[in-house]
Design a protein around this ligand. Structure first.
Ligand code: AMP
Ligand code: MG
Length: 331
């Protein structure tokens, strides 16, 4: 079995692929085409590229119907379905809220109250009106803007994976900026691809990295991790991160880190963001429904200062956390 590695910069992050299969030359050409697919989706979905389909929507869809490709139409429809599944905690119309909180091109600031109210009025999945017959979209509110920051990497990885699976890559691990990973098959000498989930607040370049919070084994599925740090600001001793609770219009304060494992990377990406917003309440719902998903959240606690883990199906590495966890050993 041959194995190759490829990487590319896209969507403001680094994508890396480990591909395994019988023929190295076939792996390389398939890998290069999958990278081209990721680049194509970056050019299609980025809010920052004026020529992208999403930039065209954000520029024009408030004043007139805008025709999009069937692919973008379906992806946005899927995103709206995921919003409903997430009880509004994942919402691609958070664009105006991100802008009001200074997260669009910066690290954030407290919003002007009037700007925040205006942003809240422009937000919500109902603001995007779909017309299937003409493949057009229109915004119901002049201030509505779409942001695919919480789902685009997952979608791009799903597309790349579909392409590679067709091209006879028998086993692979793909990830985008370590926040979403897709795995199928298994590495040669281990039964599954294993991915470490780092504890909250770990510095990527520390000399001795802390032990992982959990190690997820992926069997033809995807893992996404969302976290509040990375982009945010502190004001009056309080940290405001870049993930907004669309229901309140404020950066979420509920959890520090959320991990979600599902068969689809599009869905794990969107729903890890929702899980960060909803915290333990969403874990409890998945547990009560015996959902075919696995997830984990780190919830801040005051005494002793730190966090506790609530999990459905992702065992934590450190048993000290299991004691505090509501359900440490879900299936
Ligand atoms: P992720 O790292 O996948 O959780 O995505 C976070 C990014 O998604 C943020 O940087 C924003 O661009 C965007 N975003 C923030 N809050 C939300 C939300 N509640 N729903 C959808 N996208 C969001
Ligand atoms: Mg996400």
């Amino acid at each position: 079995m041959a194995s190759i590695q490829l990487a590319t910069l896209a969507m403001a992050t680094r994508f890396e692929f480990v591909l395994q299969g019988p023929r190295p030359s076939a792996l390389r050409s398939a890998g290069e085409e999958a990278i081209a697919e990721i680049q194509r989706l970056d050019a299609t979905l980025s809010v920052h590229r004026p020529e992208s389909e999403i930039a065209a929507l954000n520029r024009d869809a408030a004043s007139q119907p805008v025709r999009v490709s069937p692919e973008v139409f379906r992806l946005l429809q899927h995103a709206i379905v995921l919003s409903q599944a997430a009880a509004g905690a994942f919402d691609i119309t958070v664009g105006p809220l991100l802008k009001a909180w200074g997260f669009v091109r910066g690290t954030g600031h407290l919003p002007d109250p009037a700007a925040l109210e205006a942003a809240r009025a422009a937000t919500g999945p109902h603001q995007v009106v779909f017309d299937e017959s003409s493949m057009t979209l229109q915004f119901a509110h002049p201030g509505t803007r779409i942001d695919l920051g919480a789902i685009g990497k997952g979608y791009a990885l799903d597309r790349a994976a579909a392409f590679l699976q067709e091209a006879d890559v028998t086993s692979a691990l793909l990830h985008g900026g370590t926040s979403t990973a897709v795995a199928w098959g298994q590495p040669e000498d281990t039964p599954a691809w294993r991915i470490a989930i780092d504890p909250p607040f770990s510095e990527p370049n520390q000399d001795t990295p802390p032990p992982p919070l959990a190690v997820a084994e992926l069997h033809n599925e995807s893992l996404s991790v969302s976290a509040v740090w990375g982009k945010g600001f502190t004001q009056n001793g309080r940290f405001y991160g870049h993930i907004i609770d669309p229901r309140t219009g404020h950066p979420t304060q509920g959890a520090l880190l959320a991990a979600m494992i599902l068969p689809s990377a599009t869905e794990s990406d969107a729903l890890s963001t929702a899980l960060l917003v909803r915290g333990s309440e969403m874990v409890a719902r998945l547990r009560d429904a015996n959902a075919p998903a696995r997830c984990l959240v780190a919830i801040p606690i005051q005494e002793p200062p730190g966090y506790q883990i609530d999990t459905w199906g992702i065992p934590v590495t450190d048993p000290a956390f299991s004691k505090k966890s509501g359900n440490p050993s879900a299936p």
